[in-house]
Design a protein around this ligand. Sequence first.
Ligand code: F6P
Length: 557
Amino acid sequence: MNSPLSSATPRVYTPVSELHVHAEHLQAQSLSDLLGSGSTAAQQRANALAFTFGSLHIDFSKQRLTTKTLMLLKDWVESCGLAAKRQALFAGAKVNTSERRAALHVAARWPSSETPPEGMESAAAFCQHQRKRMAEMVERVHSGKWYGATGQAITDIVHIGVGGSDLGPKLVSEALADRPSSAKVNVHYVSTMDGAQLLPLMECLNPATTLLVLASKSFTTADTQFNVRTALAWLSHALEVDEATVCRHQLIGVSSKPDKMAEFGVPEAQQLVFKEWIGGRFSLWSPIGISVAMQLGVACFDALLAGAHAMDKHFLHTPIEENLPALVALVGAWNSQFLNIPTHAVLPYDGRLKSLPAYLQQLEMESNGKSVGLDGRSVTHATCPILWGDVGPNGQHAFYQLLHQGVHTVSADFVAVAQRAGVGCEKVNRSLKAQEQLTLAHCLAQSQLFALGDDAIPQALRGLMAQGYRGNQPNSVVLLKTLDAWSIGALLALYEHKVFVQSVLWNLNPFDQPGVELGKRLATSLYQTLADEPVEYQNVEDPSTAQLLHKVNEWRK
Ligand code: F6P
């Protein structure tokens, strides 16, 4: 007799349904089972699930999956048409369907020495032209020939931008300019709309030798506009010149809107342009990255682009089985959609990468944090998980307790650097080497403990140590040989392509961000009610916000 579950219509197997069935089977196996110490199978698994590309090595063996899972995931992504969609991306097709635009951030790192794919030619040529103009500006500053309004050479750059116009350059600056001696000029990043980051700079920088970089794709973002207004007021007051003069001597604009830059007062020779087809969170490679080039030199910026470009070619040409961005994407989608893991931690084991979690939050959550598909229908499964994180060793003294013994399942990327350059003094070097070793040991120990829980406790210590480590928290280790410009370029491009592959799996448009608009609108109208002479609150319909406005206004008097 048929069971009540079997119906007249036979079950149709799709890659997704097969993955669900497979996930159910795998639930019974913990990571301890999969990693089973000492067995040949476990050894083979460790070898099969680790991949190297240039100076990047990624180990997926502590993910809750098998080689069969990867095979099924590969079928899934192929059935979603990844190959054709990837080709369309690189050929400049209008993959950003809602805004009817291409997404050609890859053109910004295409070198002039290589023929671009068909469809990308004019975009690559445009980017190369702007890169040349950017290099000339950088050279002028480095050679001491860029003079401020009072005739002094520039020593400091204040980069004003937010979101994609801030996070990428800031991350790279922190990662590569860790020693002040390596910087050609000092660079300071300002993003918060409240002016809090500008205030200390206004106190310590020399206004006569400070150059502002106004970085804003749209050139309308309030956070950036308000910051630049304050910065111009400061320079104008301190130098006793009008703001137009400050703009002529001490302002570079980077935007996709040259008309708006001109209207603002940025002289044409000081405007750097990138096109609408580079999304804000993908714009590090465009002249938005000028402050990195100012700080570290054009050669360093070129090396960053070269690393990203190498990853582009790897992504474009490598079969899925060995394609690192595709694998990272598939593993992420597996965790989120099939293992139902709602959050993903990014845990850099290198203080220089402290801003990596914030960078990836924007890249991934602003891109794929969506629930309506390209077909206009609501999706019925999980999409982008909540990303969060902090420098791993510091997290160990804060939130790791919950990860080891709390109730939540999370996935994680541990990011570590194998080698770093020393300093001149032998004694200090020895001590720094020990710190490097300590950090790597902690990274690997935590990755092991996440995966194995109590089973990570060595036999000799069992019974002697507190137990209750949950384990079974899937994680990848991303190991960089060194933290140089090439490696960080390749790493960030890897995550960009991860986002693209996941958007293909989830049928989303990763290149727009309609969900950020309404908040800006509401704030614009509330701004009026907080003016010195507040207007009435008729527009504020909810009593909760109205009482907060009353209180704020009362305390601001
Ligand atoms: O928060 C929305 C957003 O548009 C991001 O996508 C973008 O990176 C950021 O604001 C800054 O925008 P802009 O570069 O246009 O100032």
